[in-house]
Design a protein around this ligand. Structure first.
Ligand SMILES: [Zn+2]
Length: 218
């Protein structure tokens, strides 16, 4: 009798895990499309949409060193917006510093390969983007840190709370929110913000959406 219970239990557990595997199945890095409008403000770069290898944004400009930890570039409109954001935050006592902004194809390639070498491909695919699939290549994305000086711990900083409620007022969205990994393809990244302009950022923020979801509604 006891044996039967164990067998049933075993079957139930087996079903649960098989379901789980199914649940995590996705088509990331399959049916990849090359992006035709890389200069569009709402350009969607993710695991299924790849930038052309040789793509370099035309209007990259240096972020003022007051607001980044060394020479970092963004597209001009995003750079202005980020400086305004960081300056306004500072007036309230919050220190928001850009630690990574535009990254070219080759830089992303070496970054991704480094992750693969150290932690294997499945980890690398969660933590980093393959070359051509990184939003950082658009010059519209920025990773930030707060006054605890560690982007990895940004969520624990006061700056994060401020960013959560104010970034959209400057045109930035939290690009990889918690619980949306299956939509974005990336783990929760409290430090990564994407410039889309104030109008779109506001709608994305108010709708609690990802860029993927928002683009489907427009
Ligand atoms: Zn990032």
């Amino acid at each position: 009798m006891k044996k039967a219970i164990y067998i049933i239990l075993f079957i139930l557990i087996a079903i649960f895990f098989t379901k789980d595997i199914d649940f995590f199945k996705n088509d990331f890095y399959e049916n990849i499309k090359t992006i035709e409008n890389p200069d569009d403000l709402l350009v969607l770069v993710n695991k299924n949409n790849k930038l052309p290898d040789n793509y370099i944004p035309k209007n990259l400009v240096l972020i003022d060193n007051k607001y980044s930890n060394n020479d970092k570039y963004l597209q001009k409109e995003a750079k202005m917006a980020f400086e305004n954001l960081s300056q306004d935050a500072r007036l309230l006592g919050y220190y928001i510093i850009g630690v990574s902004a535009y990254r070219d194809y080759n830089y992303q390639k070496s970054l991704y390969n480094e992750y693969v070498k150290e932690k294997g491909q499945s980890y690398a695919d969660r933590a980093s983007a393959r070359p051509g699939h990184s939003e950082h290549q658009t010059g519209l994305a920025i990773d930030v840190m707060g006054s605890n000086n560690d982007y990895d711990l940004f969520e624990k900083s006061n700056e994060f709370n401020w960013m959560k409620d104010n970034a959209h007022l400057y045109g930035f969205i939290l690009r990889y929110p918690k619980g949306k990994e299956k939509i974005t393809g990336f783990k929760y990244e409290p430090w990564h913000y994407r410039y889309v302009g104030v109008k779109h950022a506001k709608m994305i923020y108010e709708g609690n959406l990802t860029l993927e979801e928002y683009l489907k509604t427009t």
